[in-house]
Each structure stands twice: as structure tokens, then as C-alpha cells.
Design a protein around this ligand. Structure first.
Ligand code: ADP
Length: 587
């Protein structure tokens, strides 16, 4: 900028100086020539006067006259270098006498411009280069009609070169002075222009780097000052807009990030513009991977999803489908992103992803449960109805048979009752997040109560029931719930035990938890059934369980109670050696 301003100033001043030099030189030359011309004219007049004084009858020696005059003239005037020359020429152009050369050898002068003008009656003038001295000469020719002679006076214009040299010298001086002045002035001007411009550039850079609050000092009210204040105003508006946008972006990000469902947004080319953490997880995309801007098809390799997303954008329609990806069932719904342009076409699409694996599993469990319950209820009811039918058809008349049938009906009714009790209990525990009526229960007291109830059953098989704990253990829980837990486990320990077997309960505090073990010396559970015995209605041996009056819900109820108290249950078992259930509950 500075350089450019300086350059233009320099060119301007150089041109002005060049023109002024040219015109000064022209004017000086013109005045000089006019002065010399006047001088020559007065010389010609004085010579005319001299000729008038000379008698006309005598033949005049023009040569002598010319030389005498020049001699006298030179003697009287200052030595300026302008050597005067006088020539007398007749009207036919013949030279009659000359102060310098031999007039006899001189050629006819009729072709000379000043001579022609003099012949015509005026004072002739001309400037020519003298071939002999290579200098400009000014010629003035004066017609003296009385004697038919032309008086021509001439001098070399040697001062012209001097004038030109002087003009050049002073122009150079002026040029140098102007150059210095130009430098100083342009420096000042450029500084006054470039400083605010530099401030503007710096502020623009800062704004480009994100510092939208950057301001410029407004020092003047001129155009630059106005530019600076408009710039500041623009910066403030930009700052406000950017802050607003930033806040909105954070709001949007936190909304999208806190969504419980997955969300992916793409542009018209199916390039990702937004993805939330849940979507990363559901589609098993590495979160460290930079995927914004890349094609969705590179990351979500599911034809169904990509197809409905494309259709949504093209047809401007909301679409949905369920897809299975790995072990997950996902409900996908796609919607178009409305375009800001007026063209009407969409500017992309959004994919909402809902993990419905649990819902589907629950639905499946419910269906299974309903069919299991129906099946479990149907068996005793069918049996009861069958016996009642037989009794109605005459068996009632046979007292022995009738009693036998009534006993079976009673057993089936008990089983039905136990089944309904277990189902109700299970659904009650399942519907609870937390239990109520919590007490600090002594484990030994609780186990004693359970043993008392089950002792008759144990006696039938001569099974020993034992409880052993180093410390007095206390569990904070609902008494009925805990009693049910021990009842179910000890009951199983007796049911699936051998003659003369035992059921041992031990308890200790371990790692801040209460660890209780219910171990029997029974038939054990084959390894392949171990994980499934916690499922509802799952039995290793259906017939045996039913014969024992089992509902298939006992262990499932135990598991739900343990989970209700944030505990954990595991099972170890060896066929023919026995089974051990280990329960860990927080203190
Ligand atoms: P059930 O009413 O049939 O006993 P449970 O839910 O209590 O139902 O037990 C599920 C199945 O687990 C039983 O049918 C049985 O096959 C097996 N089981 C449970 N406890 C024991 C145990 N202590 N010893 C051997 N098998 C057991």
C-alpha cells in the first residue's frame, strides 16, 4: 500500500516537473529569442540610419561597413560570446558585403526565408542551424528600399543551451527536493490511511479466528472512521449471532445426546451430518472414528435402513421398519429434513432408532408365560373335571373309588391353588421396584421357622436340616419375602434329596455382603439345565416335579426376591452328589 502510494506520488511529481521543465524552457527560449530579435532589429535600424547618412552617388564598401560596425559593436558590448554578424544583400539575393566571410565567395541568398520576407517588405526573421558552427542562428533582415539593399544582422543563439542547462539544473534540484518532500508527505498520508486499514486487517483476522468481540478504535469521522464504526457494528452483530448459534447448537447437541433413542441425520447425498452417542452404540460404530461427512452406507451396513432413508428423502414420506442387527431388534423410523430453499426438495433425512430388543423379548416372555400358565392350569383342571365326570357317571356309588377320586381331586385342587399362589406372588414381586415393611431379620430365627414348617416333610425321608453360622446374621428385608425364599430352597433341598440326606444352611459376612449357602446332598442337576432352572416353569424332570407337587416357579420366585434386594444368586450342582444355592445380599 505504502509503496503504491509513494509510486503514484513519484510519477505525478515527475510528470509535473517534466511538464514544468518543458514549459519553463520554452518560455525562457521565447523571451531570449524575442530579446535577441529586438537587439538585432535595433542594430538593423542603426545600420539603416548609417546608410541614409552615406551619399548615394559613391559606391559603398559594404564589407568595410559591416566589419567596422561589428568591430565597434563588439568593443562596446560585454563579451557574451554572441558574435554579431552583419551581411548586406541586394534585392536579387547577391551578397554585397559580410562582416565575417568573403562576400564574393558567398552564394546567392534569395532562397533564405528572412531575405524573401524582407524583399516582400516586412522585417524578415529566421532561426537556422549554421552548418559551419552547428549552432542555431537568429537572422533578422531589414529592407532598405532607398538603396535597394537588405541589412541582415545575425547572432548565434548560444545562450539557449545555457538556458536549457540552467532549466535542467534547477529542475533536477526541484525534483530532488520534491522527491524528499514526496517521501515525507506520502509517508504521512500512507500512515494515516494504512494504520486504520492495518487495524481493520488485524481485527478481521481475529474475527476469522473466532474472536468476534474484537473492536477497532474509531479515531476520525472520515470514510475510514465510518468504515471502522460499521466494522465494529458488524462485529457486534456477528458476535451476538454466533453466540446465539453456539447456544442453540449446544442446546441441540445436549437434547440429541440425552435422547434415549438413536438419531442420525444425513444430507441429500446420504452423508452424515449428525449422530448421537446412542446411535454410535446401536450400530456398533467406534466413537473415536470421525464419521461426519462420510456416507451413512459405509457405517450402517443394512440395506433395509439405507433403502427407506433414500425413499424418505426422495418421496418426502415418513417410513418405518423393524430390523435385526446382530442380537438386537431395532425399530427404525425415517423422516425427511425440510429444505430452506424454495425448490421444494428435501435437504436430507433423519433416522430414529429405537432398541426394541427388550420389548420384543418381554412380549415373547409374556406370550410364553401365558401359554405356560394356561398349560399348567389346564392339567389339574382337566384332571379334576375328568374325575368329577367319572363320579357323576356312577363312580360316586362306589364309596372306596369315590373317596379315592375325591382325594385326587383335592390334591389337584391344592396344586391349582399352589400354582395360582405362586403366579400371583411372582407377578407381585415383578411389579415391585422396592419392597416395603422392611425389618432387621435374624437369619437363624427365620431359618428356625422354616425348618419347623418343613420338618415333617424332612422326617418322611429322614433328612437332617441344619443351620450353621459363626456370627448372628441380620438381613434388612420383608419377613414374609425372606421366609418364602428359604421355604422354596429348603423345600427343594428336601424334595430332590435322597433318603437319610441332609440340607445345610450356612451364613457369613463376606466383603461387606451376607453370603448364605443352602446345600443339599440330593440328586443334583445336570450341567446343561443349570442356567435354565431360574426360568419360569422350567423343570429338569417334569413328572418328578409334578409328583412332588412342584409348580416350576419356586426357583424363579427366589431369583426375583434376591434381585428385588439387589442381590445375586448362583447355583453349583453335581449329579447324585447334591446342589448348592449361594445367595449374596447387601448388608
Ligand atoms: P419345582 O416346583 O418343580 O420344584 P422349582 O422352580 O422350585 O420348581 O425348581 C425348578 C427345577 O429345578 C425343579 O423342577 C428341579 O428339577 C430343579 N431343582 C430345584 N432345586 C433343586 C435341588 N435342590 N436339587 C435338584 N434339583 C432341583
Amino acid at each position: 500500500m505504502k509503496k503504491r502510494i509513494f509510486k503514484y506520488y513519484f510519477i505525478l511529481i515527475f510528470l509535473v516537473l517534466l511538464l514544468s521543465m518543458f514549459f519553463t524552457s520554452m518560455i525562457a527560449q521565447k523571451y531570449y529569442k524575442a530579446e535577441v530579435e529586438n537587439k538585432l532589429k535595433s542594430i538593423a535600424f542603426s545600420l539603416e540610419y548609417l546608410l541614409q547618412e552615406t551619399p548615394t552617388d559613391t559606391s559603398l564598401d559594404y564589407e568595410n561597413l559591416a566589419r567596422d560596425y561589428v568591430k565597434r559593436h563588439n568593443a562596446n558590448s560585454e563579451p557574451s560570446g554572441e558574435k554579431l554578424r552583419i551581411t548586406f544583400i541586394d534585392f536579387s539575393g547577391k551578397v554585397l558585403g559580410d562582416s565575417e566571410a568573403n562576400f564574393r565567395e558567398m552564394e546567392n541568398h534569395l532562397d533564405r526565408k528572412e531575405i524573401l520576407e524582407a524583399i516582400e517588405g516586412s522585417i524578415g526573421t529566421d532561426i537556422r542551424v549554421s552548418k559551419t558552427v552547428n549552432t542555431d542562428f537568429l537572422y533578422v533582415a531589414f529592407p532598405f528600399r532607398q538603396q535597394q539593399v537588405i541589412i541582415r544582422a545575425s547572432v548565434p543563439l548560444i545562450q539557449i543551451n545555457k538556458i536549457n542547462d540552467m532549466v535542467r539544473f534547477y529542475s533536477l534540484l526541484t525534483f530532488l527536493a520534491a522527491l524528499l518532500l514526496t517521501g515525507l508527505i506520502s509517508l504521512r498520508i500512507t500512515t494515516s490511511i494504512t494504520r486504520p486499514l492495518n487495524d481493520l486487517i488485524l481485527a478481521s483476522k481475529e474475527i476469522a479466528n473466532g474472536n468476534y468481540s474484537k473492536k477497532i478504535k474509531v479515531n476520525s469521522a472520515d470514510e475510514l472512521g465510518q468504515l471502522a464504526s460499521y466494522f465494529n457494528e458488524m462485529g457486534s452483530k456477528l458476535d451476538a449471532t454466533m453466540t446465539d448459534l453456539h447456544n442453540k447448537k449446544i442446546e441441540l447437541e445436549s437434547i440429541v445426546d440425552s435422547m434415549t433413542n438413536g438419531l442420525v441425520a444425513v444430507d441429500n447425498d446420504l452423508r452424515m451430518i449428525l449422530i448421537n452417542p446412542i446411535a454410535y452404540k446401536l450400530f456398533a460404530i467406534n466413537e473415536d472414528q470421525e464419521i461426519i461427512g462420510s456416507k451413512i452406507t459405509h457405517h450402517i451396513r443394512n440395506n433395509e435402513i439405507n433403502k427407506i432413508l433414500r425413499e424418505t428423502i426422495e418421496l418426502n414420506k415418513l417410513l418405518e421398519c423393524d430390523v435385526t442387527m446382530g442380537n438386537k431388534i431395532l425399530h427404525i423410523s425415517t423422516s425427511p429434513i425440510r429444505s430452506m430453499k424454495r425448490s421444494g426438495s428435501n435437504s436430507g433425512g433423519i433416522v430414529f432408532i429405537q432398541d426394541i430388543t427388550k420389548v420384543r423379548k418381554l412380549e415373547q416372555l409374556r406370550t410364553e408365560f401365558v401359554s405356560n400358565v394356561t398349560h399348567e392350569l389346564k392339567t389339574p383342571i382337566t384332571s379334576i373335571r375328568g374325575f368329577i365326570e367319572t363320579l357323576k357317571n356312577g363312580a360316586i356309588n362306589n364309596e372306596k373309588v369315590a373317596n379315592r377320586f375325591l382325594e385326587i381331586i383335592d390334591i389337584e385342587a391344592d396344586r391349582l391353588y399352589a400354582l395360582i399362589e405362586d403366579i400371583l406372588q411372582l407377578s407381585e414381586i415383578e411389579s415391585k421396584q422396592k419392597d416395603n415393611d422392611l425389618e432387621n431379620l435374624s437369619t437363624s430365627a427365620l431359618v428356625d421357622e422354616v425348618f419347623e414348617i418343613l420338618q415333617p416333610l424332612a422326617d418322611e425321608k429322614e433328612i437332617i436340616l441344619q443351620y450353621c453360622a459363626k456370627d448372628e446374621l441380620f438381613i434388612k428385608a420383608n419377613k414374609n419375602r425372606m421366609k418364602q425364599l428359604f421355604l422354596n430352597l429348603v423345600d427343594n433341598g428336601i424334595k430332590y434329596n435322597k433318603l437319610h440326606g441332609s440340607v445345610n444352611i450356612t451364613g457369613i459376612y463376606e466383603k461387606g455382603k451376607i453370603k448364605i449357602s443352602v446345600k443339599d446332598t440330593g440328586i443334583g442337576i445336570p450341567a446343561e439345565h443349570l442356567t435354565r432352572i431360574f426360568e419360569r416353569f422350567y423343570r429338569v424332570d417334569k413328572g418328578r416335579s409334578r409328583d412332588m407337587g412342584g409348580t416350576g416357579l419356586g426357583i424363579s420366585i427366589v431369583k426375583h426376591i434376591v434381585h428385588l434386594y439387589s442381590g445375586n444368586i448362583t447355583v453349583n450342582s453335581e449329579v447324585d452328589k447334591g446342589t448348592e444355592f449361594i445367595i449374596e445380599l447387601p448388608c
